[in-house]
Design a binder for this molecule. Sequence first.
Ligand code: CP
Length: 304
Amino acid sequence: MKHLIDIMELSVEEIQELIALAEDIMNFPEKYREKCKYKKLATLFFEPSTRTRLSFEAAMMELGGNVLGFSDANSSSSSKGESVADTVAVVGSYADIIAMRHPKEGAPTVATMHSDVPIINAGDGGHNHPTQTLTDLLTISLEKGKLNGLKIGLCGDLKFGRTVHSLAAAMSRYEGTELVLISPDELKLPSYVKNSYIKPNNIKYTQTTNLDEVMGELDVLYMTRVQRERFFNEEDYLRLKDSYILTAEKMRNAKADMTVMHPLPRVNEISTEIDKDKRAAYFRQARNGKYIRMALILKLLGVE
Ligand code: CP
């Protein structure tokens, strides 16, 4: 594996290796403190981020490496019209590995065609977010003790939410997965995700607009934000933004061991009163992101 653009480029076995490595890093961080000494990670973020960029940077620092990059397209020469191709061709001579987020779907794929160093897709428009999915799989594995045989509710903006596209595809390869797709009619999971991953793997799935009706059946509830930045008009966003708000009252109908996840940032979709509920795993999930990104950097750089 040279680059990581789509979670489906990794086999289930490779994902398991990354999860095992991330768990080893969590348990024995001192073993890894100098693994990337003298290596550099460039973070090229053409779109805002808190978790993905900072956890990548923290990951490289904890491996003994250094980081460089930009967090705003306006502070890079893309604001003067430089192409993604030229940007990565140049940055590859300053850094050993590149994590890139871009608002245009496919931009990281273009980057791989012009880069001598590994490119990691850190989120491309409404398309994919493979390192969030690695984070999610590590979190499910840690919280539930397994990845097979789980009923997972994906709730909110399933149309534009790139994290759910990658997660639905990835979970489709685990035996006994059931997916419950909970969204307003306008924000349903795109057909390509169903036709390319869910249906060919014979994964049982249902679609509903009603979270309350299915709450009691779920092992995992994956909440998502309605993606304001992907809407073509503000009126539609305002109408749909509060379609689902998870409250303590709604949680009373959930299983005692249901896991609540969210890629974050959240806006209104999970009431802060749930943060102290032991089923709320979203801050643990954000923390796990650093360890799985450490594992991924080691793998892509070929560090033993
Ligand atoms: N989950 C996620 O991608 O968060 P950021 O946008 O803050 O990186």
